[in-house]
Design a binder for this molecule. Structure first.
Ligand code: FAD
Ligand code: SF4
Length: 371
């Protein structure tokens, strides 16, 4: 396996280096050994907020055939208590419809994919994401044909480099990389829990009932469509589980139960490694932990929230805020010496009201199910 050979050469297994080797090998967006445009990665251009323009593409819905209808009936009958709704089911279940979904994405969403890749908008389910992961994972689409189609859109001038590079990186980079991480490290990987988190998963992950608007919105999307895009999974539902100290195996079970694209080989490294930092930093050099400030910057969720994103220790303060600093204090022994966390700990050292933040966070954690 290529990742196993590649992994043997390095002490740390960062996706970016694996991705560059794959780009060179497969020659996506390359001029010889150099990336087209001079940069390997255009992520810094891919963090725009979306405020209504450009318009969103229409959602492609497929008519259900008899097999779809029979399976929906079976699920209704056998799993009546299961979280999630069947009435919104719109996925393709045949190769020909999956190809239509691919064409629809390339034509209508890929040009804006890069710019708004990290954005989140209340009531908007897919933005400019592809929603192709279930087809890729169950074999209705091949990774190569999807990347080929995206690269062709760059060469014909239909989509810009930041979108096409960003999209190909998700598949050739992240998807292949996490596949390798899984197969190289299983089965012991599944039990890792570096930060020794033991908090049970709050009930609202199954019911959707919480006063945190960002969480209810990600749950709504998830329950209606068995879908949430990457930033919703990583920086909202995942981030909250990390900051609350949820046991990694419990949140992992939730991601497996919720999504149409859920397969353990891709879900587990994302949850254990990327979200929960439970694998001793094998996958991520620092935790993807963030306060409410990040969610407020990348979305409009806070406008609809009971909580106040600007404060930390008031009764109605955004829970992400005190929990973020509490997480940094509690896990200081793991992160203070990490050079990528230097600024975080410098800010913490200057903070005047640390005791109050700790007290507020401990109060929230003692009634986590009620937030
Ligand atoms: C906690 C957590 C759990 C996840 N579980 C799964 C899972 O079970 N199955 C799954 O396919 N993806 C999973 N992902 C990765 C990612 O969130 C989904 O692939 C993506 O949201 C699917 O939506 P999309 O097709 O619109 O993706 P787009 O944003 O359009 O991206 C294009 C494609 O790139 C691939 N991709 C993007 N990000 C990743 C990633 N981090 N890892 C692997 N592939 C990626 C997917 O195949 C996706 O279809 C998870 C991420 C997190 C943070
Ligand atoms: S205020 Fe906090 S809890 Fe509410 S939506 Fe914003 S980030 Fe989420």
């Amino acid at each position: 396996m290529q990742l196993r050979q590649w992994a043997g050469k390095y002490k740390t297994l960062r996706m970016e280096y694996f991705y560059r080797e794959m780009r060179k090998q497969i020659q996506y967006l390359m001029q010889g050994q150099q990336p087209i445009g001079g940069q390997w990665n255009y992520d810094s251009a891919n963090r725009k907020r979306w405020s209504g323009n450009p318009p969103l593409p229409a959602l492609l819905k497929f008519e259900k055939d008899q097999i779809d209808a029979d399976v929906i009936e079976l699920v209704k009958r056998e799993f009546p208590q299961h979280t999630g709704h069947l009435k919104h089911f719109h996925w393709a279940t045949t190769r020909s419809n999956a190809l239509l979904a691919l064409n629809h994405f390339i034509k209508n969403s890929l040009p804006n994919f890069g710019d708004y890749q990290d954005a989140m908008i209340y009531g908007v389910d897919y933005l400019f994401h592809s929603a192709l992961s279930p087809y890729l994972n169950c074999g209705l689409l091949m990774a190569k044909e999807v990347c080929d189609a995206a690269e062709a859109a760059y060469y014909t001038g239909h989509a810009p480099l930041n979108s096409v590079e960003g999209f190909i990186r998700q598949i050739l980079g992240w998807r292949e990389y996490v596949r390798g991480i899984y197969w190289v490290n299983m089965p012991e990987y599944a039990n890792r829990n570096t930060l020794q988190h033991v908090t049970p998963l709050p009930q609202y992950y199954w019911t959707g009932r919480t006063q945190m608007a960002c969480m209810t919105e990600c749950f709504r999307n998830t329950f209606e469509h068995a879908y949430a895009h990457h930033i919703q999974r990583l920086m909202v539902t995942g981030n909250f589980a990390l900051l609350s100290g949820v046991e990694p195996q419990q949140i992992s079970e939730w991601y497996l139960a919720m999504y149409a694209d859920a397969y353990e080989w891709v879900e587990l490294p994302n949850t254990l490694g990327m979200v929960m930092h439970a694998d001793e930093g094998l996958l991520a050099s620092k935790p993807y932990a963030a306060s409410g400030n990040y969610i407020n910057k990348m979305s409009d969720y806070c406008k609809y929230c009971y909580y106040n994103v600007k404060t930390k220790i008031e009764p109605d303060s955004c829970p992400f805020n005190s929990l973020y600093w509490y997480f940094m204090i509690k896990n200081e022994k793991f992160f203070r010496s990490n050079t990528r966390m230097r600024m975080t700990y410098q800010s913490l050292d200057k903070m005047q009201n640390k005791e109050q933040i700790v007290a507020h966070a401990e109060d929230l954690l003692s009634r986590l199910d009620e937030l």
